[in-house]
Design a protein around this ligand. Structure first.
Ligand SMILES: [Zn+2]
Length: 343
């Protein structure tokens, strides 16, 4: 497994630094496509912009292994008369988690304009208690552009328009103790794990029992990610997505979680048993957990009508949809389980 440890971290850092909010994932998908091809897999970009990488097995029947590359983000909702931007959210998060974050506005003609997301009455010198006590909402959060703009016209002259994407700075940091801190580890950690698994399978010339379809989805955060990707040959989907440690949860950053149930209901019992058995047999450090407010690419696929088995596993990502953190051991435990599942 040592051969994929550094590789997964390297790929993770690379893709974390490529902005990819739901709806603007082309660059991230292109980098993954190139990497799958370099590893020797055939790829295909779907009309929706998602990516499939195929690894033929002994059987034609197939298993999908999915992770989403799309992340949270923002979009310009309005340009205010005094030259600020109001935002609308892409994906679900608390406004507090982006208060003070540096960001980039991506214009339709390809300009990248820097700014900061702020509460509109941030200065305690001007507004007293208001910055300390007021609830952050989409009505009072703004982007302060790092450009000399005074009014709506000035902002329009920069090329900024309603509907432009806003990227949050990921602030990637890898610590010597094995932690990876960044925004958007949900679910770029999952994408890096899939790449690590492919590298391991290809380099060790493993021929899987089933044909494997690695799927990098691009609209999971807004609900319809992997929906509709099953074919008549698909038997199962294994979604790789973050586990969520917290009060009353078993998930840990250094372990792989097998999700028994989330807001979409229970995952497939036979797949759960099979994954637990693999962990016990191969001494993979795992826990089982349940999430109240969670859905995955696997649930999206089933909700779309697929009559297949589904499961969800992943490394613990602390403070999800905020300043996230995971540990390389959690990614390795997840990769080990996926490799065993693929064989
Ligand atoms: Zn996710």
């Amino acid at each position: 497994m040592e051969q994929i440890t550094n590789y997964m971290i390297e790929k993770l850092v690379e893709i974390l630094n490529i902005p990819s909010p739901s709806g603007d994932t082309e660059k991230g998908i292109a980098v993954c496509k190139k990497e799958f091809e370099r590893l020797g897999l055939k790829t295909k970009i779907t009309p929706k912009g998602a990516l499939k990488a195929i690894l033929p097995g002994k059987k034609k029947k197939s298993k999908i292994i999915a992770a989403h590359i799309d992340t949270l983000g923002g979009m310009v909702k309005e340009i205010t008369p005094n030259g600020y931007l109001k935002l609308t959210q892409i994906g679900g998060y608390s406004w507090n988690s982006v208060d003070g974050e540096y960001c980039t506005v991506s214009t339709m003609d390809g300009k990248m304009i820097r700014g900061t997301i702020l509460f509109e009455r941030s200065s305690v010198h001007n507004y007293g208690d208001s910055p300390k006590t007021e609830k952050r909402t989409e009505d009072n959060m703004i982007v302060r552009l790092d450009e000399l703009v005074q009014n709506l016209e000035d902002v329009k002259n920069l090329g900024i328009n309603v509907g432009d994407f806003i990227y949050f700075d990921p602030r990637v940091e890898v610590t010597s103790s094995g932690f990876i801190k960044s925004r958007h580890l949900d679910n770029k950690a999952g994408v890096a794990i899939i790449l690590g698994v492919c590298k391991y399978i290809m380099e060790n010339k493993i021929v899987p029992e089933y044909t494997l379809e690695f799927f990098i989805s691009n609209y999971e955060e807004v609900g319809h990610g992997a929906s509709g990707i099953a074919t008549s040959l698909t038997e199962e989907i294994l979604a790789i997505d973050m586990a969520s440690p917290g009060i009353g949860q078993t998930s840990k950053e250094n372990k792989v979680t097998i999700c028994a149930k989330d807001s979409s209901g229970p995952y497939d019992l036979n797949m759960k048993k099979c994954l637990i058995n693999l962990c016990c047999e191969k001494k993979i450090d795992y826990v089982i957990d349940i999430y109240k407010y969670y859905g995955s690419d696997a649930s999206a696929l089933l909700r779309g009508g697929a009559q297949i088995k589904h499961a969800l596993i992943g490394p613990g990502v602390d403070a999800s949809h905020s300043y996230e953190r995971t540990h390389i051991d959690g990614m390795l435990n997840t990769a080990k389980l996926v490799i065993e599942y693929c064989k």
